[in-house]
Design a protein around this ligand. Structure first.
Ligand SMILES: Cc1cc2nc3c(=O)[nH]c(=O)nc-3n(C[C@H](O)[C@H](O)[C@H](O)COP(=O)(O)OP(=O)(O)OC[C@H]3O[C@@H](n4cnc5c(N)ncnc54)[C@H](O)[C@@H]3O)c2cc1C
Length: 392
């Protein structure tokens, strides 16, 4: 049977677009279904978008393997991660240099990354983007799967991939359930202009109500992340810019320096979620459609891109992109890795915001990381999407 595409990807966010670019670059015919518009370019003014993410070594290599070019002037490499607790009893500095790397990766705006990936898709003749439409139903045929869209079109492919985020429609249409947990926390993200240039250090300070973090952006810009309970965050959101500036200067460490202005702000609920299955007949889920992790370690997008990387390699090496045994290999590899990350971020959350004995254990873990270089190296390798046991 002739299909419209080898692979249809539902969701053109960073993870779906990255998979489309990688397999499209390898010559597969790809249909990308996105219910929004194609992304617009980031503003040239130097103001940065609110949502930014860290990309680790493996994620960057994967994005670049599709021929995508990232605009250097909007990427901020970081070489150190400084983790401490508020009362100073636990502190650990992770340096890329200690692991033989130049940097840990980059911080980049979500919108800049998504736009760069879509620019690459436009150059690939084997990729067709269907915007402003969403799936209504899906059924399998003997050699593939059909996808009925809400614009009246029906498409078919040998594999359909759901990369349509935490509320995935494709996951629901495939009847795949999720387990989820609400942390009753929100992350307030605040883009600021600072008097000091922001260096190549990303730092995080744990407090009993949640971590506060500074993610560097190029020049005198930074993205602050302030985790707190739902109610405290909602009250903080009511502050005007001057009052918020004063609250930040009180709560954040002095090393942040003076704030010139608040550029933008928003808050997001924090939860974790894991799909019971990543695959079905000629169907796979990747990115937030498959898992949502606590963002305190900045790994949600990274593990989504690692899903896309693993699936792309399996597709490129195999003969039929929807072959069930290959999809099973994908699920085995990625579920184990993602479960580890979910458990690690969950433990971090409880160790640093739980009852006092748990917090003391959290402090101890930072002291161990600081005293035993091998423990530190293993943590860094794991966070970079590399196998921590390969180096021995
Ligand atoms: C506060 C916060 C900070 C974070 N910081 C980091 C970080 O530093 N590093 C990191 O790695 N991760 C971070 N994350 C996590 C990261 O943002 C997500 O894991 C990532 O955005 C998931 O990408 P995705 O492409 O899977 O899903 P999404 O970004 O949700 O994209 C889904 C796409 O599918 C489209 N779509 C949705 N429904 C449909 C439909 N029915 N039909 C067609 N299209 C559809 C949407 O329009 C969208 O384009 C953070 C998360 C939060 C909340």
């Amino acid at each position: 049977m002739q299909h419209d595409h080898d692979i249809i990807i539902v969701g053109g966010g960073m993870v779906g677009a990255a998979l489309a670019a990688r397999v499209g670059h390898a010559g597969f015919s790809v249909g990308l279904v996105e219910h929004g518009d194609s992304p617009t370019p980031p503003p040239p003014s130097g103001d940065y978008d609110l949502r930014i993410s860290s990309l680790n070594a493996r994620s960057l290599a994967f994005v670049k393997a599709s021929g995508t070019t990232l605009p250097e002037e909007r990427c901020c490499p970081f070489r150190h991660i400084d983790v401490s607790n508020q009362d100073g009893t636990g502190h650990s500095l992770f340096s890329a240099h200690d692991s033989g790397m130049d940097d840990f990766g980059i911080f980049i705006e979500n919108r800049t990354l998504q736009y760069a990936l879509w620019q690459r898709l436009e150059q690939l003749p084997s990729v067709t983007c269907y915007t402003q439409c969403a799936p209504l139903s899906t059924i399998t045929s003997s050699t593939g799967r059909l996808l009925e869209l809400d614009n009246g079109k029906t498409l078919s492919a040998r594999l359909i991939v759901g990369a349509d985020g935490a509320q995935s429609t494709l996951r629901e249409l495939a009847g795949i359930n999720v387990s989820s947990h609400d942390y009753h926390q929100r992350a307030m993200i605040i883009n600021v202009e600072t008097e000091l240039p922001q260096q190549d250090v990303s730092w995080q300070v744990f407090t009993p109500t949640g971590p506060i973090a500074m993610l560097p952006l190029p020049g005198h810009r930074a993205s602050l992340v302030w985790y707190d309970t739902d109610s405290t965050t909602q009250a903080r959101e009511q502050l005007d810019d001057e009052a918020l500036k004063a609250a930040i200067e009180m709560a954040f460490p002095k090393r942040l320096g003076n704030l010139i202005r608040i550029v933008a702000r928003a808050s997001f609920p924090i939860k974790r979620q894991h799909a019971h299955r990543y695959i079905g007949k000629r169907l796979a889920l990747i990115g937030d459609a498959a898992h949502v992790v606590h963002p305190l370690a900045g790994q949600g997008l990274n593990i989504g891109l690692h899903d896309a990387d693993t699936l792309a390699e399996i597709i490129i090496q195999g003969r039929d992109p929807g072959d069930y045994l290959n999809l099973l290999r994908f699920e085995c590899q990625r579920r184990a890795a993602n479960q580890t990350m979910i458990a690690a971020t969950d433990s971090f959350h409880h160790l640093f915001t739980g009852a006092k004995p748990l917090r003391q254990l959290g402090d101890l873990s930072l002291q161990i990381a600081e005293r035993f270089p091998f423990a530190k190296r293993m943590m860094m390798q794991q966070a970079n999407g590399l196998n921590p046991f390969k180096m021995w």
